[in-house]
Design a protein around this ligand. Structure first.
Ligand code: JFZ
Length: 311
């Protein structure tokens, strides 16, 4: 067991944030509405890399306010935040020296929102962590997942790990203060030995950070259940269920199927009664606004927890 697992076991409630170029597309490409997971639109519409890269030049989240986001989490009774530093689209939402496909270099916004959010979260006493898509990277010829621009058989995944994933993870673990969690996703391309080597190289930078189970190969410090899954009974050890507030992780303008505060509270009760944490996702839009229904229902959830929850 990881020696820094206790805060996580006590946390009960986390906030997941999916935010990237897909948030700006909002589930629409060339006038057509896409459904499902908004962060998959590049894949769904088979958008070529150069065309998708142009979205970055229009991505300008001027409404983003780190203090507001962290305050909302605090008011909702949330104890940790995990945000997408880079999703499968390959775009770094932070200042990266490894790839120019990042928010500081490639967007008119030019600032690093991850810096601001990491600081604002800690100021609120909230643990802060990054999601990083370590295998799928649709922007890179050697990254996993993009088979419409690149031939999957010709890919050198090792090279992608060596030249992008590992160096970017090192940046994230080095430049943003102590991270509560590094949340990996959809593993691939690495053997158990190679996965262990990746973990070891990151561990030395931040021995106290927890790594999610999707780092792969049964390694990782706590278990994640499949999306929108709660186990049927009490489970020992540290674990988390992840749910999104509506039906998509990334913002989709035509997805209004938000869970009410009553539903969120029931979900929290269900998960925590079995010993786990609920990490509930919100999808801010391309301007940097958390959807109004998420704000409303999260605040209501916090009010209920103030009255009836144990701290
Ligand atoms: C992954 C991503 O592909 C998706 O875009 C989102 O970020 C989500 C949180 O994670 O999707 C998954 C990964 C694992 C499972 C399901 C969806 N699973 O184990 O059931």
């Amino acid at each position: 067991e990881h020696d820094n697992i206790q805060w996580f076991k006590d946390a009960k409630f986390g906030m997941f944030i999916h935010w990237g170029l897909y948030s700006k597309l909002a589930g629409v490409w060339k006038g057509k509405n896409y459904y499902g997971s908004g962060e998959w639109i590049m894949h769904q519409a088979k958008i070529p890399v150069p065309e998708y890269a142009k979205v970055a030049s229009e991505f300008n989240p001027v409404d983003f306010n780190a203090e507001q986001w962290a305050k909302l989490a605090k008011d909702a009774g949330i104890k940790y935040i995990v945000i997408t530093a880079k999703h499968h689209e390959g775009f770094a939402m932070y200042d990266s020296k490894i790839s120019d496909f990042n928010i500081v270099k490639a967007s008119p916004y030019k600032k690093d929102p991850m810096k601001a959010l990491s600081e604002a979260s800690r100021k609120q006493g909230i643990q802060f962590g990054f999601y990083y898509s370590q295998f799928q990277d649709w922007h890179e010829p050697n990254g996993g997942g993009n088979d419409w621009d690149f031939n999957e058989k010709k890919k050198n995944y090792q090279q992608y790990y060596r030249e992008k994933a590992l160096p970017q993870l090192k940046e994230l673990l080095t430049n943003y203060g102590p991270l509560g969690i590094v949340w990996f996703d959809t593993p691939g391309g690495l053997s158990k030995k190679e996965t262990q080597k990746l973990i070891d190289e990151l561990r030395v930078i931040q021995p106290k950070s927890l790594f999610s189970s999707r780092v792969g190969q049964g390694l990782g410090d706590y278990k994640d259940f499949g999306d929108s899954e709660v186990p049927p009974a009490l489970i020992a050890g540290a674990w988390e269920s992840i749910y999104t507030h509506n039906d998509s992780w990334g913002y989709i303008q035509h997805d209004m199927n938000f869970k009410s505060s009553t539903q969120i509270i029931q979900l929290l009760a269900n998960v925590s009664s079995k010993g786990g944490n609920l990490m509930l996702n919100v999808g801010p839009d391309g301007k940097g606004n958390i959807p109004p229904y998420s704000v409303k229902y999260l605040k209501e959830t916090g009010k209920w927890l103030d009255r009836f929850g144990e701290s």
